[in-house]
Ligand binder design. Structure first.
Ligand code: SF4
Length: 311
């Protein structure tokens, strides 16, 4: 199923000249992802009417968190929260699958944004005001900054979440229960790698044999919760071992032993996952299995370039 996720993005990461100095901070990962997603750009500070260039803003610890202009001393917190609220309202009923926001921005930064005291000393760190409002409105949704996505594991996790949510958006509009059951079946190995307990709960909901609007919304909540957990080396190893079981009849025992050894070495951090996946893909190419072939686990998002896929 080919889908294009809709991802809210800080406009400066796309190369739009909206930063305080009239520049941008175009990001190479964003560029490489552009053909595969629908970007939903936002620049809260431009939408607040501040223009570019403009004074810099910072978060200041007060009874309510303030967003204060460095020159004017004006508090823009109310304006920032109004922009966030307007956007969340405008997106009601639209499919949004994730957020890719500018790191450390007092408006956009999803986390680790410095908060200062009136005396200029740093007090703590938190989310930017607009990012915090998005997080509250979209609990368990993938929300990352471009800095964290330099980590290949975090990047893979982000892509899996946005693409799976986009596939779900497509499937949940289908009138038949079968489409949802097929979705659940084809994502089994992926869900097991993330969170086995929540996967089982999702299964119980599907097994009830009826999925009205309330049940579909409940399934989506569980899906978000399931995928919010990052898979571990152990959970991946368990899933690959489970898949290897499907080779029992067709593949000679010494080949299966070789695969089992490789899975053990991966579990013990002596091999990358890429090595195990390459071997098991090779075996399944030689001995295709219909159920396994449909497992999204093997290709949960499009092949972007070799550096962006399985780690
Ligand atoms: S970080 Fe956010 S507010 Fe700042 S320039 Fe980029 S999009 Fe605009």
């Amino acid at each position: 199923m080919d889908v294009k996720p809709s991802i809210v993005i800080s406009a400066c990461l796309l190369g739009q000249p909206v930063r305080f100095n009239g520049g941008h901070c175009q990001d190479s990962f964003v560029l490489s992802l552009s053909p595969y997603v629908n970007w939903v750009p936002i620049c809260p500070e431009m939408e607040m009417g501040l223009g570019a260039p403009r004074e810099t803003l910072r978060l200041i610890e007060q009874s309510d968190l303030a967003l204060v202009g460095a020159k004017s001393g004006k508090n823009y917190a109310g304006a920032a929260l109004a922009v966030a609220q307007d956007r969340v309202q405008a997106w009601q009923g639209l499919d949004i699958h994730g957020f890719l926001l500018k790191k450390k921005s007092p408006s956009c930064g999803p986390e680790r944004v410095p908060v200062y005291r009136d005396n200029g000393y740093r007090a703590r760190s938190t989310s930017g005001l607009v990012a915090g409002a998005f997080r509250a409105a979209y609990p368990d949704y993938p929300i990352e900054d471009e800095g964290r996505l330099l980590d290949s594991g975090i990047r893979e996790h982000f892509l899996i979440r946005v693409y799976t949510l986009a596939r779900w958006s497509h499937v949940q509009k289908q009138p038949t229960l079968k489409a949802i059951m097929d979705f659940h079946r084809d994502h089994k190995m992926l869900f097991l790698a993330h969170d086995e307990r929540t996967y089982r709960e999702m299964g119980r909901l599907i097994a009830s044999g009826r999925l009205d609007a309330h049940d579909r919304s409940q399934y989506k909540q569980m899906l978000l919760q399931c995928l919010s957990k990052q898979p571990t080396r152990g959970s991946h190893a368990n899933v690959i071992q489970h898949l290897a079981g499907f080779l029992k009849r067709d593949v000679p025992s010494e080949w299966r032993r070789e695969l089992a050894n490789l899975i053990d070495q991966y579990r013990q951090k002596r091999q990358p996952r890429q090595a195990v996946m390459t071997l098991i893909r090779h075996y399944f190419r030689q001995h295709p299995h219909a159920w396994v072939k449909n497992q999204v686990y093997f290709q949960p998002f499009p092949e972007l370039d070799s550096s962006l896929n399985f780690v």
